[in-house]
Write a protein that binds this ligand. Structure first.
Ligand SMILES: [Zn+2]
Length: 378
């Protein structure tokens, strides 16, 4: 039944062909195995669609790399020519409190909200301002399950090697942030401690801005950065003066004992707090296969839908907009499942229940391992 639904989806699905289709490697999976065959290549959309309709695979992946001979094997014979820079943001990589309640397998509205926020942050706080990519060079799609994929197709990244891709990842994760590069007078006796201004680009400006935010938020926020209570109180009391100084790149407005050591620790903690959520997301291996936008995800039955723009991402609701199987209903048997919101409606929580639900709900709960499908009606 599921295979038939997938076949129907691909027979009429729009926009399934990626750019550079004839230079991509494709991989396909079966239930329980995300990639069971790879090294497949297609000349055009027509060929791809025929394959998808004939085989109805539950998972479709493609290479972010462009190859001269995408179907060749082993990998070296493909002759890589370029590769998009891909970020894979997944709610399971985030340490969310809701996951302690519902487990890592389930995805709730909060998970989807948080991972969307991280995706927006990656694009708006890093990719556009720090790397200078244009919005038109960034494409976003829902992963089909619990996250988002961001593809950068700028000429500036297409030919980067794996080392350079790792460097980008390290930069975003603030690995190797060097205190002295932001505080050039550090350690020089009798000199005013000069540091980054909020208007600076990159990590310098980010550090200055987030420190000022912490200053306004109060003593507790300052202490979370690793300050002792007395210093936090003193800085908070003089916050107007401290802010005025930092706005002009002067981090020396209030006397602090061992100031270099003090600020170095604060800045280090700050960069960790700012970056930990977008950990391990750059795909540094250009030969890696990733979900094809607008294909079905076999863990959910949802579409890994392509999103038009960053503004569209803001309003994007995957549990409404990525529904593939809109027609029909099914009777399911559920032992126990959390509350599920799909298409603007709430289903469950169910416990030891047989219930008739829309097809997309039945498929979602079945694929997630929460329900058995008993019968299907049009
Ligand atoms: Zn959650």
């Amino acid at each position: 039944m599921l295979t038939e639904l997938i076949r129907q989806y691909y027979s009429s699905a729009a926009d399934i062909a990626p750019t550079h289709i004839s230079e991509r490697e494709f991989g396909f999976g079966e239930f329980g195995r995300k990639i069971s065959i790879r090294h497949i290549a297609f000349e055009n959309e027509d060929q791809l669609r025929r394959y998808l309709v004939a085989n109805a695979p539950p998972y479709v992946s493609f290479s972010s790399a462009y190859y001269k001979y995408p179907g060749a094997r082993p990998m070296e014979n493909k002759k890589i020519e370029a590769a998009e820079l891909v970020f894979d943001l997944d709610a399971t990589d985030m340490d969310l409190s809701c996951q302690k309640v519902h487990g890592k397998q389930w995805v709730c509205q909060n998970c989807l909200h948080e991972v969307k926020r991280e995706t927006t942050r990656l694009i708006e706080d890093f990719l556009i301002p720090d790397f200078g990519f244009d919005e038109k060079e960034i494409s976003i799609n829902f992963s089909g399950n619990r996250g988002y994929h961001v593809h950068v197709v700028s000429d500036k990244v297409l030919t980067l090697d794996n080392y350079a891709r790792n460097e980008i990842s390290s930069y975003i994760r603030a690995i190797g942030i060097d205190f002295e590069s932001f505080f050039p007078t550090a350690g020089k006796k009798g000199k005013q401690l000069k540091g980054p201004k909020p208007s600076d680009i990159g990590w310098g400006g980010r550090i200055a801005r987030s420190f000022i935010d912490a200053l306004h938020a109060g003593k507790d926020s300052l202490m979370k950065l690793g300050m002792d209570s007395a210093t936090a109180t003193r800085l908070y009391r003089k916050k107007a003066l401290v802010e005025l100084g930092i706005n002009n790149g002067n981090w020396d407005m209030v006397y602090i004992k061992k100031k270099e050591e003090f600020w170095s620790k604060i800045i280090n903690n700050q960069s960790i707090m700012q970056s930990d959520k977008i950990d391990k997301n750059v795909t540094s291996d250009a030969t890696h296969l990733i979900r094809l936008p607008n294909s079905i995800h076999g863990d959910t039955g949802l579409i890994s839908k392509k999103i038009g723009s960053i503004r569209d991402l803001e309003r994007f609701d995957p549990m409404r907009e990525c529904i593939a199987f809109k027609k029909g209903e099914a009777k399911i048997k559920v032992a126990k499942s959390p509350e599920l919101t799909m298409n603007g409606m709430t289903f469950g929580p169910f416990e030891d229940k047989e219930v008739r639900v829309p097809m997309y709900v039945a498929v979602y709960l079945y694929l997630k391992g929460y329900a058995e499908i008993l019968d299907v009606s049009e």
